[in-house]
Design a binder for this molecule. Structure first.
Ligand code: C5P
Length: 227
């Protein structure tokens, strides 16, 4: 069977990573969560006090970019790769609401984007990859054989993310999660560099009323049409 590149883009908390992980497992492909990379850079920015609620020293971040080393390491017990920032496993730290609140601001910085896009293209050069993010079908792999664009109502997405965070013991309110989802959507779709847009050749899936299984089998059919 021919190896392909699968690009999954869409708004925050649309279940992109759940779908991407299911597909990677089924096809024995590599899965890359590019959001984790932007989150790890954000964590670095926060830890170095380059950003807070009313201040963002972009120059300090840009000057430090060469010191940021990102790596995915496969965790066989979990069945997917975890994010390492300068050698430290930061998988838990990057999923907090604090990081979510700053990540879209960090992801607006062009120098951050070009560093990460280069690394993503390198990871996908041999195909057999499922990558999810905001600009995968438009910028990272404009020639991907299959492009999916995922949407769902902001309320549905916030409810899902809220339940996820609660399960992890994160003490957040639904209102704060909804606010974060709406704010990130706004920044991600309005930024100058690589805004979140649907690629002309992407297939749009609104999963507000689709179960995971229904969505998965619909996408498997799309893959069968391509390979
Ligand atoms: O996918 P996730 O919600 O973890 O992504 C976190 C943030 O990282 C997004 O809201 C967006 O600002 C940024 N991002 C991006 N481009 C990508 C992936 C994520 O700008 N390819």
């Amino acid at each position: 069977m021919k190896k392909i590149t699968i690009a999954i883009d869409g708004f925050s908390s649309t279940g992109k990573s759940t779908l991407a992980k299911q597909l990677a497992k089924e096809l024995a492909y590599v899965y890359v969560d590019t959001g984790a990379m932007y989150r790890a850079v954000t964590l670095y920015t926060m830890k170095n006090n380059f950003i807070n609620a009313d201040f963002f020293d972009k120059k300090a971040l840009i000057d430090s970019l060469s010191k940021i080393q990102l790596e995915f390491k496969f965790n066989a017990d979990l069945g997917f790769a975890e994010m390492y920032l300068n050698g430290e496993n930061v998988e838990k730290q990057i999923r907090t609401i604090e990081v979510s609140n700053f990540v879209s601001k960090v992801a607006e910085v062009s120098q951050v984007r070009s560093k990460l896009v280069e690394q993503q293209q390198e990871m996908g050069k041999n195909k057999a990859i499922v990558m999810d993010g905001r600009d995968i079908g438009t910028v990272v792999f404009p020639h991907a054989e299959l492009k999916i664009f995922m949407t769902a109502s902001a309320e549905t997405r916030a409810q899902r993310r809220f339940e996820e965070l609660q399960q992890k013991g994160d003490n957040v309110s639904y209102e704060d999660v909804l606010k974060n989802v709406v704010e990130r959507d706004y920044i991600d779709t309005h930024r100058e560099d690589s805004p979140l847009v649907i690629a002309a050749d992407a297939i749009e899936i609104d999963n507000s009323y689709l179960s995971r299984e229904e969505q998965f089998s619909a996408v498997l059919e799309l893959i069968n049409d391509v390979v």
